[in-house]
Ligand binder design. Structure first.
Ligand SMILES: *Cc1c(COP(=O)(O)O)cnc(C)c1O
Length: 373
């Protein structure tokens, strides 16, 4: 029997969440962020399913962009960090990519470049995130310098929020004001929203919105957000119980003996470990679903296995289904128990086979709609 650990990716849920993002965006366009292999959901598979409806995709580097182009994706693709060296401009031009410009060396490269077609540039402002982007004080000057270049066509004015996942945070308001003041009088589309801002900051919605996490069906808000109920988690991490046994009170469990049984205990072993991307720092008590019922993780997570306390789930047996996160157990809750964020748990996914479901339904949607009439 094959090892039962696997990740299931529900492509119907992906399409559904994209539509939720479209509704949140009002009339605005929605760029699906598929960097880092679509947060481990598989960039090509996700882009193929979204391409009939998506206004565009965004990735972090040329390699990720070319992977999509090679797979036949023709939608706009945005390089979120732009080019890393001048030689990449020829590829930007050839493969019709959009690029962020956040630094002087990128402006310089454009000064010296003759493009076949003028490029669409996303000029990034550091409005308070304190990371990449031009300071608000010089933004208009860079905009004017860029717009004078033959290689530059449309300029989209963009910025990124640092704390939009904290409701009503003052910095978000401040970033908005900084952005609005610094772009006053400049022509062009605006792009500000990540998932959190799209869900929560109505004033920030723009011509182009850039949700990532919410496309994958997960809310970036730690507490329950009113709009989160419309999202359907796309990824489920699943496995099975491979051992169930009773150990006496006072038994040490796992590496380091971090957990010691307080009573005679039915101990379950799940084929899932940190080599699969399950967080080693998940604490005792992190919820795990066995046959849909919550049981606590106990002891240190090992490379290939983890242990759960099944004492209160008398009927649990070898071969029973385990969900580590997914539709019935929020990845955000698991992340909280491991002192991290759902983004990192997704990105750390590793080794497990990925199974796609729902694809057929997506491709047959038109027919289904017809036959339902
Ligand atoms: C990754 C990224 C996003 C998406 O962020 P989410 O929180 O996943 O919605 C949006 N904009 C930029 C510039 C990014 O790098």
């Amino acid at each position: 029997m094959a090892r039962p650990a696997k990740a299931t990716i529900d492509l119907n849920a992906l399409r559904h969440n994209y539509q939720v993002a479209k509704e949140l965006a009002g009339g605005g366009r929605v760029i699906a962020i598929v960097k880092a292999d679509a947060y481990s959901h598989g960039a090509v598979s996700c882009a193929q399913v979204l391409s009939p409806v998506a206004d565009g995709f965004a990735v972090s580097c040329m390699e990720e962009a070319l992977e999509l182009r090679t797979a036949g994706i023709e939608n706009p693709i945005l390089l979120l960090e732009g080019i890393f060296e001048a030689s990449e401009l020829a590829l930007v031009d050839q493969f019709k990519l959009d690029m962020v410009v956040h630094s002087d060396y990128q402006v310089q490269a454009l000064v010296n470049f003759n493009s076949v077609k003028p490029l669409r540039i996303w000029l990034k402002m550091d409005s308070g995130m304190g990371r990449a982007g031009f300071a608000s004080a010089i933004y208009a000057d860079v905009y004017k310098a860029l717009s004078a270049l033959p290689a530059v066509g449309e300029i989209v004015m963009m910025s990124h929020f640092a704390r939009a996942d904290e409701k009503n945070n003052a910095l978000t308001q401040q970033q908005l004001e900084t952005f609005q003041q610094a772009t006053e009088g400049l022509q062009g589309d605006i792009s500000l929203c990540n998932s959190a801002a799209l869900m929560d900051v109505e004033l920030a919605r723009g011509h182009w919105n850039r949700p990532g996490l919410l496309i994958y069906g997960v809310s970036p808000f730690m507490d329950l957000h009113q709009r989160a109920k419309d999202l359907v988690p796309v990824m489920s991490l699943e496995s099975k119980l491979i051992s169930v046994k009773t150990v006496p009170q006072g038994s040490q469990v796992g590496y380091g003996g971090r957990w010691v049984t307080q009573r005679e205990t039915r101990l379950g072993v799940v084929a899932m470990g940190y080599a699969d991307g399950y967080p080693r720092h998940a604490k005792n008590g992190t919820p795990v679903l066995v046959n849909g019922v919550r049981v606590p993780l106990v002891g240190n997570v090992s490379m290939d296995m983890l242990t759960v306390d099944l004492t209160d789930l008398a009927e649990a047996a070898v071969g029973d289904n385990v969900e580590l996160w997914g539709k019935n157990l929020s990845i955000a809750e698991v992340a909280q128990h491991a002192d991290t964020i759902p983004y990192q748990l997704m990105c750390n996914l590793n080794r497990v086979p990925v199974e796609y479901v729902g694809l057929q339904t997506v491709f047959n949607e038109a027919e289904t709609v017809e036959s339902n009439k």
